[in-house]
Design a protein around this ligand. Structure first.
Ligand SMILES: Cc1ncc(COP(=O)(O)O)c(C=O)c1O
Length: 358
């Protein structure tokens, strides 16, 4: 089956899978949470509208300074991008002509941006027999051969979290050998205590990439940032387009950092819905990967029936994230973004119906 490489945009999936799209669809294939952006964005929309006719600040202010303040770093250590996705295009240029290690299965943009620069890609393959946990032994073997190692924490697609001790061990292994890129696009679902950013002072070869689109539901606005030593940041942004971050994103993004109650609500709901879903999967005998993020990977008790199940869910208006494009998962696992209680209930109902009929 040739299906889209990304979640979201379900009409494309229905078209490529050859199914008619039902009038109502719940899209579990994307990882944006269902609570919408912080309310100030709607309430103060008029203020933001006023920014449209002017050119934005070329350094993405006021966002850049707000991000630096939030993390307690210098603003020279921060650069903002048109989503974290843009930052991966800068990184690929940085490693042109070099060797980069990816931990597979992985977010597909790492590979596509690196391949577009003709970079030699090496792999560490996560395995179900290790519960998809990254093995330090594998890291040790690969860091000697490369210029950069990309790690996603918590990992997409599995949701597995490496704690700070584990990441520090990896950062130490990389020291003097290669740069370590940590994609923390989903770390907000755990909290800042899990982020590597406060440790950057001790590890100048580490680059942390963050996204504003996941926690604050700003996927359409596009905003991400990168934090590292100021010289790396300067080198990275050398080829960035002028005005790469639009004025609405820079203004709205800056206002998001004080939204502590919003973050707590999103984290709490995602965690409790994830726990309910894990209990259901357990009861149905479906293996799943313990996740710290707002998504969850599971398998059917009989993975050979995965395609039939996936298509039945599509017909019922339930869009799961297929894993044909995730190396090692090969369509035999599914990833679901955690949605609100009623959507999750509907998912369990449709799954239950399928289990009863099959
Ligand atoms: C692991 C990971 N990193 C980065 C991104 C890109 O995020 P953004 O929307 O900020 O470009 C995604 C988007 O799905 C992702 O899954």
């Amino acid at each position: 089956m040739k299906l889209p490489e990304h979640g979201a945009n379900p009409h494309r999936l229905y078209e490529q899978a050859g199914h008619k799209q039902p009038s109502e669809v719940i899209d579990f294939s994307e990882n944006v949470h269902p609570f919408g952006p912080p309310v100030f964005l709607k309430d103060r929309w008029g203020d933001f509208f006023g920014l449209i006719s002017s050119y934005p600040d070329p350094q993405a202010e006021p966002f850049r300074s707000a991000a630096a303040e939030y993390h307690g770093v210098e603003k020279e250590q921060v650069a903002a991008g048109n989503g974290a996705a843009e930052i991966f295009t800068w990184l690929a240029k940085r490693y042109r002509g070099k060797r980069v290690v990816l931990v597979e299965p992985a977010f597909s943009e790492y590979r596509s941006t690196l391949e577009s620069q003709g970079i030699h890609i090496l792999e560490i393959n996560l395995k179900p027999e290790h519960a998809w946990q990254l093995q330090l032994e594998d890291v040790k073997k690969q860091v000697a051969n490369c210029d950069a190692l990309y790690i996603c924490n918590p990992h997409n697609p599995t949701g597995r979290l490496l704690d700070l001790t584990e990441i520090e061990e990896i950062a130490t292994l990389c020291k003097g050998k290669c740069e370590l890129v940590i994609d923390e696009a989903f770390i907000d679902f755990i909290g800042e205590h899990a982020s590597f950013i406060p440790l950057l002072k001790r590890y100048p070869h580490v680059i942390v990439v963050r996204s504003m689109t996941k926690m604050y539901a700003l996927a359409g606005l596009r905003l991400g940032y990168v934090v590292s030593g100021s010289s790396i940041i300067q080198e990275l942004t050398g080829a960035a387009a002028h005005w790469n971050v639009n004025g609405l994103a820079a203004a709205a993004g800056a206002r998001c950092f004080p939204e502590e109650a919003y973050r707590a609500q999103v984290i709490g709901t995602a965690a409790s819905e994830r726990t309910k879903m894990e209990a259901y999967l357990e009861a149905m005998g479906c293996p799943f990967v313990p996740s710290a993020a707002n998504f969850l990977c599971f398998q059917l008790p009989d993975p050979e029936r995965s395609e039939q199940f996936f298509r039945a869910m599509l017909e019922a208006g339930i869009v799961l994230r297929h894993t044909y494009s995730f190396k090692g998962m090969d369509g035999e696992w599914f990833r679901i973004g955690i949605k609100n209680a009623s959507a999750m209930e509907r998912l369990r109902k449709e799954m239950h119906r399928w289990f009863q009929d099959n």
